[in-house]
Design a protein around this ligand. Structure first.
Ligand code: SDX
Length: 420
C-alpha cells in the first residue's frame, strides 16, 4: 500500500495508508508527534478514525448500514434481537451451543437483586428514566464485583447479565413512574415479550401478547443495535479504555446517549411535533425557524454527521410507523405533521444543500407512542437497542492486546507563564 507524503518545515514524512475491507482509507499518524512534534486538530472528530473495527460498516453517502457484513435490511426480516445481539458481540449468526448458552444466560439473569428494587424508592416520581437507568446500571457493579475481571468467561457472563438486566431496570423505571408494582421476568417469554410483559402486564391478569407490538419492537431494537463510532459508543470505548468496570462503562454510554443531539433526539422529535400541533400545525413556520440562523430551533430528527443521504433505518421505521398505526387503528396527527415536515424539508434548498435527511429518531417516537410507551421512555428504548453494540465495541477493544488508554492531545491557547 502506498504512503502519504507530508512536508513540514522542509521535512518530508512518509505516513502509511490504512485501507479497510470496504476500501475506506486512513492516514496512519501514530508516529506524527514523535517525529515532527506536530499533532492534528479535528474538533468533533469528523475526520478522525479512533480504531479499526470489524463490527459495523456505514457508508454515509450511499446510505449503507451492515452488521458484521449483513445489510440492515436483511437483518430486519425474520431475525430476533438476541440473534442480532449475538452477531454483533461474537460475530456470527449460526445456531450453536455457544449461542444457545448466551440466550440461556440472558433468561437466567433477568432478575435484579431484591435490594436493588429499594433503590427505586429513592427516586422522585418525576425522575427521568435515563437518570434511573444510568444510576442503576452503575449500581449493578456493586452486586457483580467479578465485572472487574477480563477473564473471557467472566466477560461473557457480565455481557449476558447486562443484556438481561437492563431491560428489567428499564421496565421497572416505567412501572415506578406509573405507581405500578414491579413484575418478575417470565423465563418462558423471549426477550421482547418478556420486556413487554414487565412493562404492561396487569398484576391481576397476564399480559396478552400482541404480535404486532412484539414484531415492531423487535425491529426497532435491531435497527438501533449498533452504529460504529457514534458519540455514545465512542464514550464506551473512551471509558472502557481506562479499564473502568464494565457496568460503569455502559452507564457512561447511557449518559452520552441521553443528549438531544444524539439518542435524546427521539424524545425531542415528539416534543417538537406536539409543539407544532399545539401551534395550529403550521409546519412551514418551523421549517423556516430551522433555517433561521437567529433562531436556536433545530429540526429534531433531521441531519446526521455520517449519513449525507437518507438514513436507511429511517426508511424502515417510517414504513413500520404507518403499519403500526393502521394495525392499532390509531389516527395520530403527529404522523401527518412529521410527513409534511419531511416533504417540505426535502424540497427546501437549505436542507438539500446541507444534505439534511430524516434520521433514525424522526419516526421512532410515533411507534413508541402507539405502543403506549411515554415520551420520556423513548431514549431508554434507544439504549435497550444500542446495548449490544456498546458491548460489542467494548469487548473488541478489551480483547485487543494493543489497545491503550484513550488520551487525545490539545493545542493550548491560554495565558503564557506569568507571576501572581
Ligand atoms: C443519532 O452518530 C451516529 O451514528 C448517531 C446515531 C446513532 O445511531 O448512534 O445515528 C443516532 O444521534 C442521530 C442524530 C439525532 N440528532 C438529531 O436529530 C438532532 C438534530 N440534528 C442535529 O443537531 C445535527 O444534525 C447532528 C447533531 C445530528 C449532526 O450535527 P453535525 O454533523 O455537527 O452538523 P452541524 O451541526 O455542523 O450542521 C451542519 C449544518 C449547519 O448549518 P451551517 O452552519 O452549515 O449553515 O447543518 C445545519 C447546521 O445549522 N443543521 C441543521 C440541523 N442539523 C444540522 N439545521 C436545522 N435542523 C437540523 N436538525
Amino acid at each position: 500500500m502506498s504512503n502519504a507524503k507530508l512536508i513540514i518545515e522542509n521535512q518530508t514524512l512518509e505516513l502509511p495508508i490504512i485501507s479497510g475491507s470496504e476500501n475506506e482509507k486512513a492516514i496512519d499518524i501514530t508516529q506524527l508527534r514523535s517525529t515532527t512534534g506536530y499533532i492534528t486538530m479535528d474538533p468533533g472528530y469528523g475526520n478522525t478514525g479512533s480504531c479499526v473495527s470489524d463490527i459495523t460498516f456505514i457508508d454515509g453517502e450511499k446510505g449503507i448500514l451492515q452488521y458484521r457484513g449483513f445489510p440492515i435490511e436483511e437483518l430486519t426480516k425474520g431475525t430476533f434481537f438476541t440473534d442480532v445481539a449475538h452477531l454483533l458481540i461474537y460475530g456470527n449468526m449460526d445456531e450453536s451451543e455457544e449461542k444457545a448458552e448466551f440466550k440461556r444466560e440472558i433468561k437466567k439473569h433477568a432478575n435484579i437483586h431484591e435490594d436493588m428494587k429499594r433503590f427505586f424508592d429513592g427516586f422522585p416520581l418525576s425522575a427521568h428514566p435515563m437518570a434511573i437507568l444510568s444510576s442503576m446500571v452503575t449500581a449493578l457493579s456493586a452486586f457483580n464485583p467479578d465485572s472487574e475481571s477480563h477473564e473471557p468467561e467472566l466477560i461473557d457472563l457480565n455481557i449476558a447479565k447486562l443484556i438481561a438486566k437492563v431491560k428489567t431496570i428499564a421496565a421497572y423505571s416505567y412501572r415506578k413512574s406509573q405507581g405500578l408494582p414491579f413484575l418478575y421476568p417470565d423465563p418462558d417469554l423471549n426477550y421482547v415479550d418478556n420486556f413487554l410483559h414487565m412493562m404492561f402486564s396487569d398484576s391481576q391478569e397476564e399480559y396478552q401478547q400482541n404480535p404486532v407490538m412484539s414484531e415492531v419492537l423487535n425491529l426497532l431494537l435491531i435497527l438501533h443495535a449498533d452504529h460504529e463510532q457514534n458519540c455514545s459508543t465512542s464514550t464506551v470505548r473512551m471509558t472502557g479504555s481506562s479499564h473502568a468496570n464494565l457496568y460503569a462503562t455502559i452507564s457512561a454510554g447511557i449518559a452520552a446517549l441521553w443528549g438531544p443531539r444524539h439518542g435524546g433526539a427521539n424524545q425531542a422529535v415528539i416534543e417538537m411535533l406536539e409543539m407544532i400541533k399545539a401551534d395550529g400545525g403550521d409546519y412551514q413556520k418551523y421549517v423556516n425557524l430551522a433555517k433561521d440562523k437567529n433562531s436556536d430551533f433545530r429540526m429534531m430528527g433531521f441531519g446526521h454527521r455520517v449519513y449525507k443521504n437518507y438514513d436507511p433505518r429511517a426508511s424502515v421505521i417510517k414504513d413500520a410507523a404507518s403499519r403500526v398505526l393502521k394495525a392499532f387503528e390509531i389516527d395520530d396527527p403527529l404522523l401527518e405533521i412529521a410527513q409534511n415536515l419531511e416533504r417540505i424539508a426535502l424540497e427546501d434548498e437549505y436542507f438539500v444543500e446541507r444534505k439534511l435527511y430524516p434520521n433514525v429518531d424522526f419516526y421512532s417516537g410515533i411507534i413508541y407512542r402507539a405502543m403506549g410507551i411515554p415520551t420520556n421512555m423513548f431514549t431508554v428504548m434507544f439504549a435497550l437497542g444500542r446495548l449490544p453494540g456498546w458491548l460489542a465495541h467494548w469487548r473488541e477493544m478489551i480483547l485487543d492486546p494493543s489497545s491503550r488508554i484513550n488520551r487525545p492531545r490539545q493545542i493550548y491557547v491560554g495565558e503564557t507563564k506569568r507571576s501572581l
